[in-house]
Every structure is written in structure tokens, then in C-alpha cells.
Design a protein around this ligand. Structure first.
Ligand code: FE
Length: 281
């Protein structure tokens, strides 16, 4: 039986991809961020022995466009191309998929859970997925784990509620646990913490909110499920509504799951948060 062995919540910002590609992880401004992920990488590879990761992320009008934005899109392919976000394709190996597990998840979501997802036989992935991979599962010529991409529309309203994202996580857990093969699966929810990238509140950052969120995602996710999109945007900035994707990770973990790592770093325009969890023994 497949098992969920780890949950990860982490921010993504495109600049981290450029830092990785130019080898600037140890410069004074970036070192505190990258240092926080080193024990996470070891924990995921050596202790949790992750084979595959379900990445819940949002496309930023790169592979999808405002003419068609699926609410939930799940990849069902054995390989995913690296998308060009407008500054050239990053020098990365393509993402390896797990076609069998993806297909099982899609069938389970549609037939057993009434989540009528968009199933993608082809998908190009961008920083929403790649930066969390850089941070948690860095590649050295090839990526160490297979990926099941789950794209969520958090750009074009109406977008799914926080509660709907949480319920998707619970459905994903049941999908994984009904898969016959022995696969260790991590679930990663990604999205910037407080940030706003336009208008009068450009640069808005709310570290108090971000730390409250890190508390609640661990101990009381219902408090976040109860928030409206407007609540989230007012507190943490318009683009912080991406945080609803962290709830999919939390919904895939048991209620009493324990936190293993936590970090917060916010010297720039986006609150960079990290939390990892595993089910109680
Ligand atoms: Fe984003």
C-alpha cells in the first residue's frame, strides 16, 4: 500500500530559481533561507525515504492562461517539461512523473470523491512547482523523486475556497492509501506567504499573520479553512491567497500530525515560510 510519509508547506518565489542556477545559495542574503532546507532534504531522503511527491501549486499564467484556468488540474504523464516563464528555460532536467500513481489518483478523485479535475497528459511546470523542488528535493543531473503535479487556480476568480482545498487533501490521502504499490509519498503545498505585487499596497508584508498561519496550519487548520479569500488578502496581501494550497497538504495529514521543521524568513517582498509534518507514530 502507498503511504503518506511527509507533509511540506513552503513558499515559492521565482528569484530562488535564478539563485540556484547561478550558485548563489551561500551569499549573505540567501544563506539563511537555504540553510533552513538542508535538514529537510536529509529528512525527506534518508528518514522518510520519499519516492514520489504530490506537489500542489499554482501556475502563474505560464502553461495555462486566463482564457482557460482549470480549478484543479492533475498531471497524468511520465514526464513534464520545464516551462519558459519569459526569461528562458531554466537548465533543469525535465520532471519525472509517476504515470501509474497519477492515473490512479485521477480515477479515485473522479469516481470516489466527486472531484472532477482536469486531467493533463501534457503539462509544462514553472516556479510554483520547480522552486519548492529546488528547496526540498534538489536535482543533481536528475530529480531524486517522481512528481504528481496538482495545479490549483488561485489567480482568476472565482477560485476554490480554503475549505475546498483542505477537502482535496483528505481526498488525495484516500487516493494514495488505496494504491496497491509500496510507494512512500510526500504531499507538498506551496504558495507565497504574505505578499502583494501590485497597487498601493505593493510590498505589503505581515510577519505576524504569517507566524499565526504557521501556528494554525499545525494545530488548528479549521481556523484557516474558516477564512474567506478577502480575509486572507486583507491580512496578508492579494497574492497571499496562494496560501490556501498549504491546506491541501494539511488535509492529507492526520489531525494530530506532528511538526518536524519550521522556518520563517522575510527580508524581501514575500514571506518565506516552511513547515514539515509527519503523522503521529
Ligand atoms: Fe506564486
Amino acid at each position: 500500500m502507498a503511504t503518506i510519509v511527509a507533509g511540506i508547506g513552503t513558499s515559492h518565489v521565482p528569484s530562488i530559481g535564478a539563485v540556484v542556477d547561478s550558485g548563489r545559495q551561500n551569499t549573505p542574503e540567501w544563506k539563511p533561507l537555504f540553510d533552513a532546507y538542508e535538514p529537510v532534504q536529509t529528512w525527506l531522503s534518508d528518514e522518510r525515504k520519499v519516492d514520489a511527491v504530490i506537489v500542489i501549486y499554482n501556475d502563474h499564467a505560464c502553461d495555462f492562461s486566463f482564457s482557460k484556468y482549470p480549478t484543479f488540474a492533475v498531471g497524468a504523464a511520465s514526464e513534464y517539461a520545464i516551462a519558459d516563464e519569459g526569461f528562458g528555460v531554466r537548465p533543469l532536467p525535465s520532471i519525472k512523473g509517476d504515470l501509474e500513481l497519477s492515473t490512479h489518483i485521477c480515477r479515485h478523485l473522479v469516481y470516489e470523491e466527486e472531484f472532477d479535475i482536469t486531467i493533463c497528459k501534457e503539462m509544462a511546470v514553472e516556479h510554483g512547482l520547480l522552486v519548492p523542488m529546488d528547496l526540498c528535493f534538489p536535482q543533481q543531473g536528475e530529480w531524486p523523486v517522481k512528481v504528481i503535479p496538482v495545479q490549483v487556480n488561485v489567480l482568476q476568480h472565482p477560485i476554490p475556497t480554503a475549505l475546498r482545498c483542505f477537502k482535496l487533501g483528505a481526498a488525495l490521502r484516500r487516493a494514495v492509501e488505496s494504491y496497491d504499490e509500496d510507494v512512500n509519498v510526500a504531499v507538498m503545498g506551496t504558495g507565497g506567504m504574505s505578499h502583494q505585487l501590485h497597487g498601493e499596497r505593493f510590498g505589503h508584508l505581515n510577519s505576524d499573520f504569517d507566524n499565526w498561519f504557521l501556528d494554525k496550519i499545525e494545530s488548528d487548520p479549521q481556523a484557516i479553512c474558516d477564512m474567506t479569500h478577502f480575509d486572507l488578502m486583507e491580512q496578508a496581501g492579494a497574492e497571499a491567497v496562494e496560501l490556501i494550497m498549504w491546506l491541501t497538504m494539511r488535509g492529507a495529514m492526520t489531525p494530530d500530525a506532528q511538526r518536524i521543521h519550521r522556518n520563517y524568513y522575510a527580508p524581501m517582498t514575500t514571506g518565506m515560510g516552511l513547515i514539515t509534518m509527519q503523522d503521529a507514530a
